[in-house]
Design a protein around this ligand. Structure first.
Ligand code: GDP
Ligand code: MG
Length: 163
């Protein structure tokens, strides 16, 4: 079986866009409104012969239930149980939010390697958000633009030694 890599992050950071970019098909719903991805979606991602199974999640989407253990969050927890690694996505153009920090803290407590993905970094935008991301304590953030397809090779370079 292929290694499983779960895409995690707060609503609207671009998880589903990244999933679609990695899998190369429009399998995940992308929307300006948070909360669109209700189910976990899986698809095979590959670059230069390196393959993994990507899992899109919406575990922190529910505005009304941000307290542990929420039902959707429990679902993310289930995805992470089978996972060989997690891609933790943040929005490099925005300041870190309390929810980013909460998810980061939660991920540090899980027994899974994490690659920190600073999305929406097209055209060198989002520099300050990328610097701030170091404070999550999850290593070096990888700047990508899921929408424009930038930084994807760097994502593979960071991920593949871990899985
Ligand atoms: P999710 O809630 O984390 O799954 O986020 P979505 O993938 O649904 O994306 C939320 C919004 O961010 C959508 O309007 C996307 O078009 C936008 N978005 C996603 N990736 C990028 C990116 O790399 N750059 C920019 N500028 N916008 C992006
Ligand atoms: Mg989504």
């Amino acid at each position: 079986p292929l290694p499983q890599v779960v895409i995690i992050g707060r609503p609207n950071v671009g998880k589903s866009t990244l999933f679609n970019r990695l899998v190369g098909k429009k399998l995940a719903l992308v929307d300006d409104q948070p909360g669109v991805t209700r189910d976990r979606r899986k698809g095979v991602a590959g670059l230069a012969g390196l393959e993994f199974e990507a899992v899109d999640t919406a575990g922190w989407e529910d505005e009304d239930d941000r307290s542990l253990p929420g039902r959707m969050r429990a679902q993310t927890q289930v995805s992470l149980k089978d996972a060989d690694a997690a891609l933790f996505v943040i929005d490099s153009r925005a300041d870190l939010t309390p929810l980013d920090e909460e998810i980061g803290q939660w991920l540090r407590e899980q027994n899974v390697p994490v690659v920190l993905i600073a999305n929406k970094a097209e055209g060198r935008s989002g520099q300050s958000g990328i610097l701030e991301a170091y404070s999550l304590g999850l290593g070096e953030p990888i700047p990508v633009s899921a929408e424009h397809g930038e930084g994807i090779a760097d994502l593979y370079t960071a991920l593949f030694p871990l899985i």
